[in-house]
Design a protein around this ligand. Structure first.
Ligand SMILES: [Zn+2]
Length: 717
């Protein structure tokens, strides 16, 4: 029986966590003998990463700004390639993609009425932080803004969501031809969706600012005294409409290898058609405090000591943005440790390299952790401990622009990845604090949870217990109320099985159909995408001792090694079925759902779950017996890899053909969206499409039930 099926009561959980710490316990997917061997390998691996090395690497990656396409970011690609070769990584190559890039030339914002104010558009240096004084730090800009110049009145449009514009209209305020001032929002909503909404509403430009209520002094002490954003911090970012199709906007669905066919930028669905600029609250305040119009509703008031108005007439600004958008090379660094026994089964690890400025947390904490993973993998290989399967590691470029490097790489190798890909493990922001958050497709949730039991959190607990404490606290606070609102597998599991977009796992899950994991330690973090997200911040607030960076390297390595070395891949399809049932239950609560018959879908879920349970039992008894024919193992593993692929629908979800996964998608805000095609049709009350999408789901379930049953039968013989 699998561990997760025992997670019924807290007492059982406790008992399990006690026995799981014993070295003799067996590991999901391993025979007793290979479990013991795997534990030995993992111990060796875990002993390599060190806080000093994590800090040293982190310092290298955060020493200069390194935005996508910059000279420094390309030098770092060379640096990674050279280091990997020294560490013992194999077949290290730098792959070039010629993509539509984005760079700032100049920007100015001037209030011309009712009083004059010239926006600073730069971040003030902090005495305590030498890196904040670097003249190479960029001013305010948003990736993929268009160039232009406009003089117009300013309207305050809260978070810039469609319902915000409805409220403005109710108050008689149109934003057509005007400049909208919106704020970054909590919970996070992707700024690109704000830009698209402003564009659709006919606004001439969008200004987006960081209100102190979201990430500044209203949350706590500000940098350099605390982790929150100071007065001048600017959240840069891209506004690419990559929720429509990620990657290079001119090559939707194929790779931007040099010479590839390109569509005109005017026809590119993911290229914004609006000017946009980010502001610190220092620059937003003069605009907000001079606005006329009705007083904004209570929820629209922010953390500044002023009364927020809707505006629309009195405040006029002159905005000018000059961009340098066009073709430029991005570079993905790729290295691997060739598998000793199954070189054509790949476990892929990735982290992006490009940063808005220094990228202290995002992404350089992940890059430092990655460099310690590769060092440890290299050492093991040199000592003859080569993984059974191949481990591929990639340093992505242009994640911040449109998930660009990973998308182009994934599109280039899509066929090979669909044949060979076991799983993808993403680490973007490795460490902004001490609380672990793990994401996994539901079939890998049990193995991720099990992996955390073998690691020690700096608090002294096992990482599993630390994670559990975090989840239980969040559950109490209702912070993840949606995740735990329903009974089902997700409510018993620690892993977050609701996977949206916004990082490099997207191409692997949504386009290729590979199972994904996402790992990160989080904490109070108010300097996201600003110049203050740097080495100083990490050493004072994020992870001063680099212990969580070290733990991340260990965890990343252990999960990769388990997937790479397992006798039988640790996929749990009963867990997957339980999760899908939960998604359907949530959908069924929607309006007018009597118009959609989901009984066949539910029946298929039950069948898939039963098949998954039977397979779990057979796999476990097979593993326990220790008798495993390599040919049979190969057949089983390839079959199990096929399950995730079967969740793809070649036509994609309605309106977004690139997004092919029928269980996982993302909203335009990047937020997770389960059963995306079906859910969106139900939300639109488009019952014909909903019926078709339900049919697609039903057939995918049927196909996977058949596949799992066949695998189970092969195992019996
Ligand atoms: Zn990132």
């Amino acid at each position: 029986m699998k561990l997760h099926t025992l997670l019924i009561s807290p007492a059982v959980v406790l008992a399990l966590s006690l026995c799981a710490t014993a070295q003799t316990s067996s590991i999901l997917g391993f025979t007793p003998a290979s479990s013991a061997h795997e534990s030995e390998i993992e111990s060796k691996f875990k002993s390599v990463p060190s806080p000093d090395e994590e800090r040293r690497q982190h310092h290298i990656f955060t020493s200069e700004p390194h935005v996508a396409g910059s000279k420094r970011n390309n030098e770092l690609a060379d640096y990674i390639a050279e280091e990997w070769k020294k560490q013992g990584m194999e077949e290290v190559v730098i792959r070039r993609y010629d993509v539509y890039g984005t760079n700032p030339k100049s920007a100015s914002l001037e209030m011309i009425a009712p009083t004059h104010y010239q926006a600073v558009l730069r971040e003030a240096p902090l005495d305590a932080d030498p890196d904040s004084k670097n003249p190479a730090i960029s001013g305010a800009w948003l990736g993929m803004s268009i160039s232009g110049e406009v003089t117009a009145p300013v309207v305050y449009a809260h978070s810039g969501n469609p319902e915000d514009y409805d409220l403005l209209l109710k108050n008689g305020i149109s934003v057509k031809g005007k400049i909208v001032l919106v704020r970054y929002s909590n919970p996070y909503s992707y700024r690109g969706f704000k830009a698209l909404t402003a564009q659709r509403e006919g606004a001439a430009a969008m200004l987006v600012y960081s209100d102190p209520q979201e990430d500044g002094y209203k949350k706590g002490k500000i940098d350099p005294e605390g982790p929150w954003g100071p007065e001048y911090h600017i959240q840069r970012g891209a506004i690419t409409y990559d929720f429509m199709v990620p990657g290079d906007p001119q090559t939707p669905g194929w790779a931007s290898v040099p010479g590839a066919k390109r569509i005109p930028i005017e026809e590119a669905e993911s290229a914004p058609k609006i000017m946009a600029l980010p502001l610190s609250w220092h620059d937003a305040k003069p605009l907000l405090e001079n606005m006329d119009g009705p007083v904004a509703p209570k929820e629209w008031q922010g953390g500044l000591p002023i009364e927020y108005h809707l505006g629309g007439e009195r405040v006029k600004v002159h905005l000018k943005i000059e961009m340098d958008n066009g073709l430029q090379p991005y570079y993905v660094v790729e290295g691997r440790i060739r598998g000793a026994e199954l070189p054509d089964e790949w476990v892929v690890l990735g982290n992006h390299r490009d940063a808005w400025v220094y990228g202290g947390v995002d992404p350089s904490s992940g890059t430092a952790s990655m460099m310690e993973v590769t060092r440890a993998l290299g050492q093991l290989a040199k000592q003859g401990m080569r993984p059974r399967r191949t481990i591929v590691v990639c340093s992505w470029d242009g994640e911040e622009i449109g998930l660009t490097g990973s998308t182009e790489w994934g599109e280039q190798f899509a066929d090979e990845l669909r044949a060979k890909g076991v799983a993808y493990i993403n680490v973007d922001e490795a460490t902004s604090g001490q609380e672990f958050h793990g994401q996994a497709v539901a079939s890998l949730a049990p193995m991720l949870e099990e992996s955390t039991r073998s690691l020690q959190d700096p608090s002294g607990k096992s990482l599993y217990d630390a994670w559990k404490a975090t989840i239980e606290r969040e559950r109490k606070e209702g912070a993840q109320s949606s995740q735990f609102s329903d009974s089902g597998v997700a409510s018993e599991s620690l892993a977050d099985t609701r996977i949206g977009s916004g990082s490099d796992h997207t191409v692997f899950l949504n386009f290729i159909g590979m199972p994904v994991l996402g790992l990160g330690f989080v904490g109070d973090y108010g300097v996201y995408h600003s110049a203050y997200d740097d080495f100083f911040w990490m050493n004072h607030f994020g992870d001063p001792g680099y212990r969580y960076h070290t733990l991340m390297s260990q965890l990343w390595g252990v999960t990769a090694l388990r997937l790479a070395n397992a006798d039988l891949l640790p996929f749990d399809f009963a867990s997957y079925a339980g999760n899908i049932r939960q998604f359907v239950n949530e959908l069924a609560k929607g309006k007018d759902m009597s118009k959609l018959d989901l009984s066949e879908v539910r029946k298929e879920i039950d069948d898939f779950e039963a098949a998954g349970r039977r397979l779990n039992q057979s796999l476990n008894s097979k593993l326990k017996s220790g008798q495993l024919d390599p040919k049979l193992a190969l057949q089983m593993n390839h079959g199990m890899m096929g399950v995730e692929r079967n969740w793809l629908n070649a036509d994609g979800i309605p309106g977004r053909p690139w997004f092919k996964h029928i269980l996982y998608g993302a909203r335009f805000t990047y937020a997770h969206l389960e059963l995306p095609g079906l859910t969106e049709a139900v939300e639109k009350q488009d019952w014909a499409t909903a019926e078709k999408q339900a049919w697609i789901l039903q057939h995918a379930l049927e196909k996977n039930t058949k596949l799992v049953n066949e695998l189970n039968e092969s195992l019996q013989h």
